[in-house]
Write a protein that binds this ligand. Sequence first.
Ligand SMILES: Nc1ncnc2c1ncn2[C@@H]1O[C@H](COP(=O)(O)OP(=O)(O)OP(=O)(O)O)[C@@H](O)[C@H]1O
Length: 248
Amino acid sequence: MAFLAIEQVRFTYPGRKPVVDGVDWRMLAGEFHCLLGRSGCGKTTLLKLAAGLLRPQSGRILLRGGELASPGPQLGFMFQAPTLLEWLSALDNVLLPVSLQRRPTTQDRQRALQLLAQLGLEDHAPHHPRQLSGGQQSRVALARALMLEPPLLLLDEPFAALDAITRAELQDDLLRTCRARGTTVLFVTHDINEAVYLGDRIALMQHGRIVDDIAVALPAPRSQAMRHGAAFNEYCARVRAAMDRSGA
Ligand SMILES: Nc1ncnc2c1ncn2[C@@H]1O[C@H](COP(=O)(O)OP(=O)(O)OP(=O)(O)O)[C@@H](O)[C@H]1O
C-alpha cells in the first residue's frame, strides 16, 4: 500500500484556472521524492493539499490508506522561511510542536537538545533567532519539523535562501536524519541539482499537472563528491531535457 497516495486531485482558487489539475502521485514509506517545476506551476498548492491544509475540490489524498482530513502529528512541515518565534530560544522553538499540546517533559527537552546537537547547534540552544545566522535558523526549523518524529515530512524549498555551502550541508543533514528514521519526504524545489541530489524520484510539474516522473538511481548515501561525477551530471542533463521537452 502506498504511504501517501494523491489520486486525481484538482484544486482551483476562486476565479482562477485550476492550479492543481488532476494530479496522481504515490509514495512508498521511506521514499524521498522531489517535486520540481517553475515558479507558479502549483507546487506549493499541491504540498498544502498533501498536508491537509487545503482540501481538494475533486479526487482524494490517502495517508496509509485513510483519507486525509486535516494536518496532524503524522506530518512535519518546513517552509522557505524558517518562521521561528522571535521571543523563544532555539530550544523552545524546537519544543513548540510539543508545547502546543502539553507541557514538555525532561525527556522532550533531552530529545530537542539531541536534535539540535545532531544539527551542530548544541551551543545555540539558549539563543534567540536573531542571534543565529540564516543557516542556523533553518537548522532550528528542521529540528522543530522533526521533533515529533513525523512519518511524513513536507518541505517547501526550505533551503532556497541559503548560500551554496550551507545548503549542501543541510541537504546532507536532512538525508542522514530522514534515512535514520525512515521518514517519507516530499520536497518542493525549482533547483534541478538539488532534486537530483536528494530525490529517489522526481515529479516534474507544469501548469498544475505532473508531466514526467524520473527515478534517480544514484547510490545512497549521497555524498558531495558525487556532484562532480558523470552519473550525477547525466541525471541533471536528463531532468533538464525532460523540463525542456515538456515546457516545465
Ligand atoms: N491563495 C491564493 N489565491 C489565489 N491564487 C493563488 C493563491 N496561492 C497561489 N495562487 C496562484 O496559484 C498558482 C500556483 O501557486 P503555487 O504557490 O502553488 O506555485 P509554486 O509552483 O509553488 O510557485 P513558487 O515556486 O513561486 O513558490 C500561482 O499562479 C499563484 O498565483
